[in-house]
Design a protein around this ligand. Structure first.
Ligand SMILES: [Zn+2]
Ligand SMILES: [Zn+2]
Length: 294
C-alpha cells in the first residue's frame, strides 16, 4: 500500500536542508566532530536504555529519581517525550507489521515507514492509555509535555562540554555556535535516522534468528551506530528482556550499561537473558537449511 505523502516529504526536505545549511555555514573542525560523536552516542543510548528498554518495556526497575533522570536523558535525542515514545512503541509491538502498525515497511512505502509517519496528525499527541502504568508520576507527564526542557538541556550540555574542553586545552579553535550546530542539530538528525532505521530497514532486511510474529530482522552492520538496538528480531521475539544480544558475538552495549547501573544500585530486577535460557532456546530458529531470512 504505497502512499505519496507529498506534504510530509516537503516538510522533511525543508527541515533537513535548513539543518545541513546551518552546519555547512558553521564549518567543522576536530572539536565539533568530537562533540558530534559524543552527543550522538549520548542520544542513541538515551533512546535505547531510557525510552525503549525502560519506559516502553519496563525491562528493569528503578527509583522515582532515576526514572526522572532517564526521562531527561532519553529526551536529549529530541524524539518527543518518554511517554509519547513508549506509547507509540508499545502500539508497534502489539500491531507489528499488521495494517494497524503505523510504520511497517510491509504495508507502507520505505519513506513513510522511516520518517513520513512522524508528520501525520495522529502521531502528534501522546496516547496516555498506552502508558497507564506511569500515570501517577506527574513529573514524567510534565517532562513529556514540555519538550523544550530536554531540548534546552541538550544545548546546555553541548555548551558545558565545550566550555570544559576549552578550559582543559585552551584552544581558540573551539567555537560555541559551531559546537551547538554539530552537537545538537547534526547529532539529532543522524541519531534520528539511525534509530528510525530500526522501524524501516530492520523490518525488511537482515537475519531472523528467533521466531517472531512479524518481519523483524537483525542487522549486525548497524551495531556501531545502534549499540545493541540492531538485534531487532531478537528484541521482537523477547521484547521484555533488558538485553537483545542473545547469540554469541551479538554485543549489546546498552545492556552492559544497564548492568553497570545495576552494580551501582541505580536499577534492579533486570530481566537478563541468562535468566530465560530455556525460553530463548525454544524460539531459536534452525538454520541447517541455510535459511536465515533474507
Ligand atoms: Zn519493530
Ligand atoms: Zn521494543
Amino acid at each position: 500500500m504505497a502512499r505519496k505523502h507529498t506534504k510530509s516529504k516537503i516538510i522533511q526536505l525543508i527541515l533537513h536542508l535548513s539543518a545541513f545549511s546551518i552546519c555547512y555555514l558553521a564549518g567543522i573542525n576536530w572539536y565539533s566532530f568530537f562533540i558530534f560523536i559524543l552527543m550522538y552516542y549520548i542520544k542513541v543510548l538515551g533512546i535505547s536504555i531510557a525510552h525503549h528498554r525502560y519506559f516502553s518495556h519496563r525491562s528493569f526497575k528503578t527509583s522515582r529519581f532515576f526514572q526522572c533522570f532517564l526521562a531527561l536523558w532519553g529526551g536529549l535525542a529530541n524524539q518527543r517525550g518518554a511517554l509519547w515514545w513508549a506509547a507509540r512503541h508499545r502500539h508497534h509491538h502489539r500491531t507489528s507489521d499488521t495494517p494497524e502498525d503505523w510504520h511497517s515497511p510491509q504495508n507502507y512505502s520505505f519513506f513513510y515507514s522511516h520518517i513520513g509517519w512522524l508528520l501525520d496528525d495522529k502521531a502528534r499527541a501522546t496516547d496516555y492509555d498506552e502508558v497507564k502504568d506511569f500515570k501517577n508520576f506527574r513529573e514524567l507527564i510534565f517532562i513529556n509535555e514540555k519538550t523544550w526542557i530536554p531540548f534546552t538541556l541538550d544545548i546546555f550540555l553541548v555548551l558545558l562540554f565545550s566550555y570544559i574542553l576549552k578550559l582543559s586545552i585552551s584552544d581558540s579553535q573551539i567555537y560555541f555556535l559551531q559546537m551547538i550546530a554539530w552537537g545538537t542539530l547534526a547529532a539529532n538528525i543522524f541519531a534520528a535516522h539511525t534509530i528510525l532505521l530500526v522501524n524501516s530497514i530492520s523490518h525488511i532486511y537482515g537475519t531472523k534468528d528467533f521466531e517472531s510474529k512479524d518481519e523483524s530482522r537483525n542487522n549486525w552492520w548497524l551495531l556501531p551506530f545502534l549499540l545493541g538496538e540492531n538485534w531487532h528480531n531478537n528484541h521482537h521475539a523477547f521484547p521484555n528482556l533488558a538485553g537483545a544480544g542473545l547469540l554469541k558475538y551479538q554485543f549489546d552495549i546498552s545492556f552492559y550499561i544497564i548492568l553497570i547501573f545495576e552494580k551501582l544500585g541505580l536499577v534492579w530486577d533486570v530481566k537478563k537473558p541468562s535468566l530465560f535460557k530455556n525460553k530463548i532456546e525454544s524460539k531459536k530458529l534452525n538454520f541447517s537449511n541455510g535459511n536465515r531470512g533474507n
